[in-house]
Design a binder for this molecule. Structure first.
Ligand SMILES: *[C@@H]1O[C@H](CO)[C@@H](O)[C@H](O)[C@H]1NC(C)=O
Ligand SMILES: *[C@@H]1O[C@H](CO)[C@@H](O)[C@H](O)[C@H]1NC(C)=O
Ligand SMILES: *[C@@H]1O[C@H](CO)[C@@H](O)[C@H](O)[C@H]1NC(C)=O
Ligand SMILES: *[C@@H]1O[C@H](CO)[C@@H](O)[C@H](O)[C@H]1NC(C)=O
Ligand SMILES: [Zn+2]
Length: 443
């Protein structure tokens, strides 16, 4: 009697719940629904809106409390397939879901990760585009756009110039979703190249565009995030695996330095939703044959998990008044890292700041009142699935009622417009031009 085979025979139907092939909308729905049903204590499925053709934009949430936010547990998200013809990310996220739920309670790391993080997974932001592509094809395809022919990664408000496009249902659904949660960290998954690209995707002189790049005040954190992903993907980190395409040292790049774009999702997340998002290009071929999917999973599994853990970088906590009531809309930022739209506490008085180890001065400001500066040291050794915890008691005795009702204002206009503007000559336009000619679009 071969016990190994007997055991494998018993285990396989459970372990191999998801096969390596492309799952179209109906099969994907079936899978997500059965995960939500079989693992209802840690998984919750909901739709955040519909595509032009009425397909649901599904989000599966995995966490100890999947249905709602709990104070201290950071919100993380992955979004794939916003370009319908870039398909690897979509299947990777289905396998990630499978991996997370089947390893909960078995693998210590995964159990702790799920216990301390709320993980939102949207396998397809553009289901219409995906369904419109009939067969695998490595190159640009009309399925990139939604069914009104809009490129969704050019469809968001832009902080640097007017993006006067008709906002699409898929884009509006994401914008609405971002308002319902305090997302801290995110990645959106693409294909057609092999690189981890970080904000900004657009820029002005003030963000470094004269030097053909455009960086945020959190550039050190973004480089770390991108490298965390790239360094665990054995092909991405080499930086030169796609033939006839650009080389990326360490498998990472600043988005603008690669090629500038307007109305992208990652810049929108960072500027208007306080959420650090990067763009992951997972495959040289946009829509590879399904036989390749096991190899992509093998290359991306460790990166996908390790990237989620980064939501626990830095510092988090709550801001209270003298009576320990949580204070919303309080500006909590690191000195010398001011965001153009200041990061504010949510309705639970919570803040989350992603920071690398080091010394920082935290500036807590109740609008209309004095600022409060505190020195903190983020330790070198990472905590056990938690950022450093620090609450702030705001000493003001004055009445703070007004801030409880005032909504944080961050207008949907080009916020950097007043700063020194674009100089066409500094855009890496030659490369952009050649890309346009070849009809090669990735992010
Ligand atoms: C859910 O459970 C049913 C019944 O045991 C099983 O057939 C199905 O494969 C499971 N689905 C997942 C995604 O685990
Ligand atoms: C999960 O978190 C709870 C507290 O929220 C804790 O009691 C429990 O020990 C944790 N489990 C694991 C495996 O970390
Ligand atoms: C946007 O486009 C519409 C229609 O073309 C036009 O009426 C409007 O003035 C434009 N707005 C800006 C700010 O350019
Ligand atoms: C603290 O933040 C507030 C609000 O953004 C700002 O007005 C103030 O200048 C900051 N203080 C310091 C010392 O940076
Ligand atoms: Zn793309």
């Amino acid at each position: 009697m071969d016990f190994t085979r007997l055991w494998l025979g018993l285990l396989l139907p459970w372990v191999a719940a998801l096969d390596f092939r492309y799952h179209h909308q109906e099969e994907m729905e079936e899978f997500l629904k059965s995960v939500a049903q079989n693992y209802s204590s840690i998984a919750h499925l909901h739709s955040v809106g519909k595509s032009v053709k009425g397909r649901n934009l599904w989000v599966l949430v995995v966490g100890q409390y999947p249905k709602e936010h709990r104070v201290g547990i950071p919100e993380f998200k992955y979004v794939a397939n916003m370009h319908g013809d870039e398909t690897v990310g979509r299947e990777m996220l289905l396998h990630l879901i499978d991996y997370l739920v089947t390893n909960h309670g078995k693998d210590t790391e995964i159990t702790k990760l799920i216990n301390n993080t709320r993980i939102h997974i949207m396998p397809s932001m553009n289901p219409d585009g995906f369904e419109s592509v009939k067969k695998p094809d490595c190159f640009y395809n009309s399925g990139r756009s939604n069914s009104n022919d809009y490129d969704l990664n050019r469809n968001f408000p832009d902080a640097f110039e007017y993006n006067n496009v008709s906002r699409q249902p898929e884009t509006l659904a994401i914008m609405k979703w971002l308002k319902t949660e305090t997302f801290v960290l995110s990645a959106n998954l693409h294909g057609g190249a092999l690189v981890a690209s970080y904000p900004f995707d657009n820029g002005v002189q003030a963000t470094g565009a004269l030097l053909s790049r455009s960086v945020t005040p959190d550039d050190d954190v973004f480089q770390h995030l991108a490298y965390t992903y790239a360094s665990r993907n054995p092909n991405m980190v080499k930086g030169d695996q796609c033939k006839n395409k650009m080389n990326f040292p360490n498998g990472i790049t600043n988005g603008y330095a690669w090629y500038p774009l307007q109305g992208g999702m990652q810049d929108y997340n960072y500027i208007w939703a306080q959420c650090f998002e990067i763009t992951l290009e997972l495959s040289c071929c946009k829509y590879p044959r399904e036989e390749k999917l096991p190899y992509f999973w093998n290359d991306n599994k460790a990166s996908l998990i390790e990237y989620i853990k980064q939501v626990h970088l830095g510092i988090k906590g709550q801001v209270f008044d003298q009576n320990r009531n949580p204070l919303p809309n309080v500006i909590v930022e690191v000195q010398d890292r001011k965001h153009i739209c200041p990061f504010r506490t949510n309705k639970f008085g919570e803040y989350y700041l992603l920071l690398l180890p080091g010394s920082y001065t935290i500036n807590v400001t109740v609008p209309g009142h004095d600022s409060h500066l505190t020195k903190v040291v983020i330790p070198e050794k990472s905590q056990d699935f938690s950022a450093l915890k620090k609450d702030f008691l705001f000493p003001s005795q004055r009445k703070l009622d007004s801030i409880l009702v005032s909504h944080p204002s961050c207008p949907m206009i080009p916020l950097y417009k007043t700063m020194p503007s674009h100089s066409a000559a500094t855009k890496p336009s030659l490369f952009l031009f050649s890309l346009t000619l070849l009809h090669i679009f990735f992010k």
